[in-house]
Design a protein around this ligand. Structure first.
Ligand code: RBF
Length: 158
């Protein structure tokens, strides 16, 4: 595979806007916490490194990725939240549950973003197995949580 050893989290941080007064909500799914906690840490650290104040980051957990849409909506509708980052990991199983959850969350987060006119970032891994997830949560492919944070910051300048 062409992406076998590639850090997929390479991105440009040039020209990022001033986010020192911006407030972020990070919603974290509690399934596959060995993955989602690493994604959260990456997102949190990246926000801080790029000028976000710790007191301007709120975190809330939801039971599973399916609940990320509702959880994101609760925060997106708040006047003092500028962007939401939704973090989850849905690993493919023997049944098609992952397809249903992934599609529902992707659509749900899109709906919330458009309804509240705020960035709502899809920080959900959709791997075929746990190793693929770990590769993207601080492994050989970097940390998709970092990427989600940079995406949120960039979209605030849009
Ligand atoms: N939630 C996740 O975040 N990741 C998963 O890999 C995941 N797998 C699930 C597999 C099955 C068969 C079911 C029924 C649920 C799964 N969930 C998973 C939980 C789901 O996102 C949601 O919390 C529950 O379906 C309750 O609405």
């Amino acid at each position: 595979m062409s992406s076998a050893n590639k850090n997929l989290s390479e991105f440009s941080t040039a020209g990022l806007p001033d986010v020192s007064q911006k407030r972020f909500a990070i919603i974290v799914a509690e399934w596959n916490t060995e993955v989602t906690e690493v994604l959260f840490e990456g997102a949190y650290k990246t926000l801080i490194e790029n000028g976000v104040k710790a007191e301007n980051i709120v975190r809330a957990n939801v039971p599973g990725s399916y609940e990320l849409s509702f959880g994101s909506q609760v925060f997106a509708q708040k006047a003092d939240i500028d962007a939401v980052i939704a973090i989850g990991c849905v690993i493919q199983g023997e049944t098609k549950h992952n397809d249903y959850i992934n599609h529902a969350v992707a659509q749900g987060l899109t709906n919330v973003s458009l309804k509240y006119n705020k960035p709502v970032i899809f920080g959900v891994l959709t791997p075929n197995n746990q190793q693929q997830a770990l590769d993207r949560a601080g492994g050989v492919h970097g940390n998709k949580g970092d990427e989600a944070a940079i995406t949120a910051i960039k979209m605030l300048a849009f």
